[in-house]
Write a protein that binds this ligand. Structure first.
Ligand code: HEM
Ligand code: HEM
Length: 133
């Protein structure tokens, strides 16, 4: 159960990260395709739109999964240092996202630079935790 909940965090985090990757693929590749490739463009846009639109909910789902993963393991008398490091990183990431969305109304700024940076830092934090539980 603890492991399953851990993977739920990784999956929801992964979907939240697609916000970045799909937008870049769209900007540098899909949007430059010729008109004849309209089918590919349409198809890509159908996948990208909900991912971008619901980005914040996937991020919040990751935080929810983290809370349950943490409580489940904590109540079973376990504390993992690398898990706590990953948890702090995710909390900082989500707080930055909430700040950007609620206070900065999604406008670009330092918060977005930090939010993106911590999002990539998360890859190391998660890898460390999985390799050394
Ligand atoms: C963003 C934060 C976290 C992520 C992404 C995460 C992810 C994961 C994943 C994917 C696993 C399963 C690894 C496997 O299958 O080998 C796992 C296991 C585990 N995690 Fe976390 N975790 C996080 C936070 C925490 C925290 C805060 C704790 C401390 C209580 C913790 C303690 C553990 C422990 C003890 C296991 C082993 C569980 C078992 O063997 O049943 N994790 N975690
Ligand atoms: C696992 C959690 C999260 C991850 C991995 C994540 C990752 C990212 C990344 C990489 C970007 C930059 C996208 C780009 O450069 O185009 C971004 C943008 C953004 N994030 Fe997050 N984020 C998470 C959670 C959240 C949460 C909880 C919120 C708000 C409640 C949020 C709000 C935003 C906003 C407003 C933007 C800028 C606009 C946009 O690209 O949609 N994020 N996020």
């Amino acid at each position: 159960m603890g492991e399953f909940l851990g993977w739920c965090i990784v999956v929801t985090y992964g979907v939240a990260m697609l916000n970045f990757f799909l937008k870049r693929i769209n900007r540098y590749y899909i949007s430059k395709l010729p008109k004849e490739k309209a089918v590919v463009k349409d198809y890509f846009s159908k996948i990208m739109k909900p991912i971008v639109k619901y980005h914040r909910y996937f991020g919040l789902l990751a935080a929810l999964a983290l809370t349950i993963h943490f409580l489940y393991i904590y109540l079973n008398y376990w504390i993992s240092t690398t898990g706590v490091i990953a948890a702090i990183t995710l909390v900082v990431l989500v707080v930055l996202g909430l700040y950007g969305y609620l206070i900065k109304k999604g406008k670009k700024g330092n918060w977005l630079f930090l939010h993106r940076f911590v999002a990539f830092l998360m890859i190391f934090a998660i890898s460390l935790h999985i390799l050394k539980r």
